[in-house]
Design a protein around this ligand. Structure first.
Ligand SMILES: *Cc1c(COP(=O)(O)O)cnc(C)c1O
Length: 427
């Protein structure tokens, strides 16, 4: 049980409100103060601690301050990134963390404790499935992974289910959940809907909070950082969420999380758990690189999505290529939901099957074999033996992975060079 009176401050309110700008404007203009001598751009505050000049200042900071005392709790560069992420996702507050994995763990522990239950779609990033199947049970939190339909999710709900979990676009199956229907199922039972929006590009392709989700997470390592050079993660909480049926938040009368923290309770607990208690804090220089990456995310991801669509169509027409999965293909079983929930593109990732993946990979000359996504360079992996290799076979199949599947994360190279590389490897 968290101590709701722990002297970690309530979520700091932004220094200035972010106006109702378009995505591209928010991405470059948010979280930078205007004023004489202010930096143009987000500066790096490479510091572990911040000063007080009197004992009284220190006492007051520890009692109800801004968190600007010790960098595990708060750092101005990390805080600027958090404000930018909140604005881009249309949320209420964000905690930035050291990795996407840290963000997923923090999101779940913000809502669940021992004895609680999570229902998740099975087409998940391998690390998320690992947390749900192997790590959370150690803490007494159980999970059911099931098919990516509202019916299957509803059937798996239990009285102690506190969280429904999905990915905006399933990894690597390319399936798009019916977010509004999942929100209805979750809320109907007093649970929250959490969405890993990594593939939704920080609110560019999809803003799950607008479709009923209560919190979104990101691996900022992917399209946010965008250059394959930095790791990070984040949890953004929405402006509306009902925790009145979750005992973790209501128990304890006057000192319950909801009584003490009010509407800020969920965001408070995410920061308290992820940064303050578990110490999965994001480094300031990483925050700077990610904030900079966000400034070109819209340009990059729209371009990469267009290239991915062209490559998916081209691969689909090749007789040597087996099943091609990309939600942007008109023939995809996920096309209708993609049309409904994604805007400006269907993302930069596609999967396809080849008869001999090892021979195919050995012939590539442009595309590199690496287990990352959202890099400026096009990367390819064999999920069966790498990213999803530690899952039981049935779980791999449920996640849409076969021994022939290859996952391509499309970068910024010219379409013609990528097509020629793939053609050379197929011949
Ligand atoms: C990569 C990834 C993660 C984990 O993020 P890390 O930054 O590698 O810890 C979580 N979810 C999705 C969808 C991812 O692609």
């Amino acid at each position: 049980m968290s101590d709701a009176r722990d002297p970690l401050p309530d979520w700091p309110t932004p220094d200035w409100p972010t106006p109702n700008w378009h995505y591209e404007t928010t991405a470059v203009q948010s979280a930078i103060p205007r004023g004489l001598g202010e930096t143009v751009g987000i500066p790096v505050h490479q510091a572990a601690a911040f000063q007080f000049t009197t004992l009284e200042e220190a006492q007051s900071e520890f009692a109800q301050g801004t968190g600007l005392s010790y960098a595990r709790l708060q750092n101005p560069t990390v805080r600027a990134l958090e404000e930018r992420l909140t604005a881009l996702e249309g949320g209420a507050a964000t905690v930035a963390l050291a990795s996407g994995q840290a963000a997923t763990l923090t999101a779940i522990l913000s809502v669940c404790r021992a004895g609680d239950h999570v229902v998740s779609t099975a087409s998940l990033f391998g690390g998320s499935a690992g947390l749900l199947n192997n790590v959370l049970p150690l803490m007494g939190i159980s999970a059911t992974l099931t098919a990516n339909t509202p019916q299957a999710i509803a059937a798996a709900m239990r009285p102690n289910t506190r969280l429904v979990w999905a990915e905006t676009i399933g990894n690597p199956a390319g399936d798009v959940p019916d977010l509004a229907a999942l929100a209805e199922v979750a809320h109907g039972q007093g649970a929250l809907l959490g969405v890993d929006n990594t593939w939704g590009g920080v609110g560019l392709l999809c803003r799950p909070l607008e479709h009923g989700a209560d919190l979104v997470t990101h691996s900022l390592t992917k399209w946010a950082g965008g250059h394959g050079s930095v790791m990070g993660g984040s949890v953004t909480v929405g402006t509306r969420h009902d925790l009145t049926r979750n005992p973790l938040y209501t128990e304890g009368g006057e000192s319950s999380l909801l009584s003490v923290r009010g509407e800020a309770a969920l965001g408070w607990r995410a920061r308290w758990f992820g940064a303050h208690q578990l110490g999965m804090t994001l480094a300031p220089h990483s925050a700077f690189l990610i904030a900079q990456g966000l400034e070109t995310l819209a340009l990059r991801l729209r371009h990469e999505s267009a290239t991915a669509l062209a490559l998916a169509g081209w691969l689909d027409a090749r007789p040597e290529v087996g099943r091609v999965s990309y939600p942007g293909l008109p023939g995809s079983p996920h096309h209708a939901l993609a049309q409904r929930y994604l805007r400006g593109g269907c993302g930069a990732v596609l999967t396809f099957e080849v008869p001999d993946p090892a021979a195919f990979l050995a012939r590539l000359r442009v595309i590199r074999i690496a287990p990352n996504l959202g890099d400026t360079r096009t990367l390819i992996v064999h999920p069966w033996t790498t990213t999803h290799g530690r899952l039981p076979e049935a779980a791999r199949t449920a996640a849409g992975v076969t021994p022939q599947t290859l996952r391509l994360s499309v970068g910024l190279e010219a379409l013609e060079d990528l097509q020629a590389d793939l053609a050379g490897a197929l011949d």
